[in-house]
Design a protein around this ligand. Structure first.
Ligand SMILES: C[S@@+](CC[C@H](N)C(=O)[O-])C[C@H]1O[C@@H](n2cnc3c(N)ncnc32)[C@H](O)[C@@H]1O
Length: 170
């Protein structure tokens, strides 16, 4: 097989891996560090008592920020290349890790106190339902921080642009 063809194939696979999550879920756009700091101090005061789950964890910026406040944090990311890259990035970050998987089927650990999502208008209602289901299964209240997107039908407990905070009861 000519080298050019192999290169095109590799390029197509890489593009697919990076673009597909954008088509079926949320595209890879990281949260802003300064917004995260505000969110974790003013919207939801995260601490060592918390266990945060980032649904669609991208490059792990949220996990790192949560861990910097002493919380434990786990992320789930559908893009395998991004998941590998992020797990390498997080290897020296105490309390933070990432798994490759689908956020719609990922079971929240029983210690989960807060879920973070940077999704989009189409996926956020589905994610809300998922967290609701998990809160029922675990029989505990779970907070949901949504970056940039709100649920039109449910009133947020707090709003601090660009974030919305929801309290989901079992
Ligand atoms: C907007 S980015 C947010 C990344 C990170 N949470 C942040 O705030 O910086 C959304 C991420 O969700 C991932 N994603 C999309 N669909 C997913 C799915 N079904 N399961 C897990 N991750 C998914 C994308 O690959 C992308 O990295």
């Amino acid at each position: 097989m000519p080298v050019a063809l192999i290169l095109i194939l590799v390029l197509m696979i890489i593009l697919l891996v990076f673009l597909l999550p954008g088509v079926i879920g949320a595209p890879y756009v990281p949260s802003e560090q300064k917004d995260l700091e505000r969110a974790f101090t003013k919207l939801y005061k995260i601490s060592e008592k918390d266990y945060l789950v980032d649904l669609g964890a991208g490059d792990g910026i949220v996990l790192k920020a949560a861990a910097a406040h002493g919380a434990k944090a786990i992320g789930v990311e559908i893009n395998p290349l991004l998941a590998i890259y992020t797990s390498l990035k997080l290897r020296r970050v105490k309390g933070a890790k990432i798994k490759c998987g689908d956020m719609y089927t990922f079971e929240l650990p029983s210690e989960t106190t807060v879920v973070y999502a940077y999704a989009n208008n189409f996926t956020i209602p589905r994610l809300y339902k998922r967290v609701q289901k998990e809160a029922k299964r675990l029989n505990k209240t779970i907070y949901l921080i949504s970056n940039a997107f709100d649920f039109k039908t449910i009133k947020a407990q707090k709003h601090l642009a660009p974030y919305y905070l929801y309290k989901i009861e079992p």
